[in-house]
Design a protein around this ligand. Structure first.
Ligand code: TXA
Ligand code: MG
Length: 321
């Protein structure tokens, strides 16, 4: 049994596991992370192994104090400080040039490191008690749905990790927004739990798309990712077939008179924050209900809708090829 309630006693025990080079899954406000001592290359290597994650895909370093930013990254820009002051702790990851002490395996050989301070007491206490930054990807098998409840982690990775701290449902529900500062510009590498609009209100326009580097700034950027095992497509009436068990994920309501096997609603009031918080949770449920096909309704691409559509497109892409 590797699932533990996230109380102070268990957080302390988990910090010992981290210090000893083990793996701990822990809640953040976005999704559950699979954590290892970010300064211990052997511990970090285990993360790649357990997730079956390609080693060219770098990890995010999680810290518990804003001041630690300068220990692990080289900050040369006022706007970076402005973002940290405004949005940390929170669902914003910054990609910046790394300092010497960050191991190569964390950054997959890149000269930059992704870093964030999560807005979750359990995560912050765990990092603090471990006295080291925690390198953590989402706690799922590579390419599969991200976990937003402890049981999601337990079901898919439970037997392979030392401890899972159960802190209940993640409030944001999609991963952090990732932006990179590169040659005086900010680039959006992954839309996520903090909207692009909120970031732009603070620092002005940011660019979308990839930066031409020697190595690709990988995977949330691979065309498929975040996929359930069940076939998933965007809603199209022509796909409705009474001989199939069809599960649907609507934004606000079901407008169709059809015998769906399962109906999920992201947010009855049409709130994109609530929709994001329910996204992976409901996809996990649909997968567990063993339907033949999952149909999802697109949402408007503003605010958190950008992150939701990014995840849904990638989830559907795998099944289009
Ligand atoms: O909300 C989150 O960000 C969650 C929680 C656990 O903090 N973590 C998460 O990690 O989503 P992961 O590993 O699933 O996604 C991290 C993304 C990957 O797409 C990776 O390619 C990108 O961050 N990344 C990491 N370091 C990078 C770097 N130096 N340059 C560009 N992209 C980087
Ligand atoms: Mg992930």
């Amino acid at each position: 049994m590797s699932l533990y309630k996230a109380n102070s006693e268990n957080i302390l025990a988990a910090s010992k596991v981290i210090k000893e080079g083990g793996l701990v899954a822990f809640p953040t406000e976005t999704v559950y992370g699979l954590g290892a001592d970010g300064l211990n290359p052997i511990a970090v290597a285990k993360v790649f192994d357990v997730k079956k994650r390609p080693v060219f895909n770098p990890l995010i370093l999680h810290i518990s104090k804003k001041e630690e930013l300068e220990k692990f990254t080289i900050v040369k820009n006022e706007k970076v400080i402005q973002l940290v002051d405004k949005f940390w702790p929170g669902p914003l990851t910054l990609v910046l040039p790394k300092t010497e002490i960050v191991p190569e395996i964390v950054t997959a050989g890149n000269p930059t490191v992704a870093i964030r301070m999560p807005n979750h007491q359990v995560a912050l206490q765990l990092i603090e008690a471990s006295k080291t930054p925690i390198a953590a990807p989402s706690a799922n098998r590579f390419g599969h749905l991200s976990p937003t409840e402890a049981y999601h982690v337990e079901k898919y990775l439970g037997s392979k990790i030392d401890m899972i701290l159960d802190g209940g449902k993640c409030s944001v529900g999609v991963e952090s927004t990732i932006i990179q500062f590169h040659e005086n510009e900010f680039y959006l590498l992954r839309p996520g739990g903090l909207s692009k609009e909120e970031i732009e209100d603070e620092i002005g326009k940011i660019k979308s798309g990839k930066i031409n580097q020697r190595k690709p700034n990988a995977p949330g950027q691979l065309p498929f990712h975040y996929s359930p095992n069940t076939k998933l497509k965007f809603f199209d009436k022509r796909l409705l077939d009474v001989n199939k068990k069809i599960g649907v994920l609507f934004f606000k309501e079901n407008k169709f008179d059809f015998p769906f096997a399962s109906i999920k609603i992201l947010s009855a009031s049409g709130n994109l924050h609530e929709a994001a918080a329910n996204l992976f949770l409901q996809l996990h449920e649909l997968e567990l209900e063993n339907v033949d096909l999952i149909l999802v309704e697109p949402v408007e691409e503003s605010g958190l809708g950008l992150a939701i559509m990014d995840r849904l497109r990638k989830a559907s892409h795998k099944h289009a090829i």
